[in-house]
Design a protein around this ligand. Structure first.
Ligand code: FVH
Length: 293
């Protein structure tokens, strides 16, 4: 096994889309010898000028280095790109977005081909790569040994956060956080819709929304504590009964403003179901139990 340091670990990068190119550029800038390959060769041109070696095939790129990073469109493209490569004794780090089952299957697939495997979930958009102050990072799961061996190199584009030996955990954390993000976007969309036809500047609402969401976000810590203790009434300030009593106000306001309640209604329905189970003194944590089959 070669001695790897952040200064000199050579990296092979497969996939030079928006994200792959951003990742590759940080390794080049940090002085890592870099070999790249992309299905459409033109996308490698700027990296070649910056010092990357451009391989003629994925097989040639995989043969060039031990550490192979993939950032492709989806799991199918990973299959296609690696089909004719020799992965024996390679360290495969797959940053292609996928679901947990795909990650676990890919880990087995890699093991069967003689490779070590780490899966990754990128919590960043391309401009956040190589920009530590922007808060981007990458979840990793799979072989802990592999993570520790390459941690310094993986830290170059964005903070590397290991979340477990189960190869599916990076994808699961990724999807969990992004799901919460979509819930937030859904709430914000409803809020903007409510003021859409009024003489209220969306630019004036935006900072109020951002501050309010930031103020409410720490509530997830109480949710986690309640899930751990099993007592969903612990420390409750605004109980479920009170919150359900308030839902008609939200629905009537939506109606008055000519706004569809379709983003809010499913959540309100779950709150009502939990209340109907006699859990009025709880927080909203009980909704989680209704979601899990
Ligand atoms: N960009 C983003 O904001 C998000 C942030 C979070 C993580 N995602 C995931 O990163 C993966 C790559 O995303 P990307 O932004 O680089 O995507 P594209 O710019 O569309 O590039 C796609 C690359 O995949 C290659 N590719 C697609 N299909 C195939 C195939 N069948 N065989 C070989 N390569 C394939 C494509 O090649 P080309 O079109 O240039 O020839 C690009 O290199 C992704 O999982 C995001 O979910 C990004």
């Amino acid at each position: 096994m070669p001695q790897n340091t952040v200064e000199n670990t050579p990296v092979t990068m497969l996939g030079l889309g928006a994200m792959g190119t951003a990742l590759a550029r940080t390794w080049l800038a940090a002085g890592h010898p870099l070999t790249v390959w992309n299905r459409t060769p033109a996308r490698a041109a700027s990296l070649a000028i910056e010092g990357a070696k451009v391989a003629d095939s994925a097989a040639e790129a995989v043969a060039a280095n031990t550490l192979i990073v993939l950032c492709l469109l989806d799991d199918t493209s990973v299959d296609e790109v690696l089909a004719d490569t020799d992965l024996v004794d390679r360290d495969l780090v797959n940053l292609t977005t996928g679901n947990p089952a795909q990650a676990r299957a890919r880990a087995e697939w890699a093991r069967a081909r003689g490779a070590r495997y780490l899966d990754g979930g990128i919590m960043a958009v391309p401009p956040m790569i190589g920009a530590p102050d922007t808060g981007g990072y990458v979840f990793y799961s799979g072989s802990r040994d592999l993570f520790e061996r390459h941690q310094a190199t993986l830290n170059v584009p964005a903070g590397a956060t290991y979340v477990g030996a189960d190869a599916g955990f990076a994808a699961l954390h990724d999807v969990a956080l992004l799901s919460a993000m979509y819930g937030m976007f859904a709430g914000a969309a409803h809020a903007f819709a409510l003021i859409r036809k009024e003489d209220i500047d969306p630019a004036a609402l935006a900072p109020l929304l951002a501050d309010w969401l930031a103020a409410m976000a720490p509530a997830v810590h109480q949710t986690a504590a309640q899930l751990a203790s099993g007592d969903y009434t612990e420390g409750v300030v605004s109980n479920l009964a009170m919150q359900v009593a308030g839902t008609p106000t939200f629905l009537s306001t939506a109606e008055q403003q000519g706004v569809s309640p379709e983003l809010l209604s499913p959540y309100f329905e779950l709150m009502r179901r939990r209340l109907a189970e006699g859990k009025g003194e709880e927080s909203l944590t009980g909704v989680i139990d209704l979601l899990v089959h």
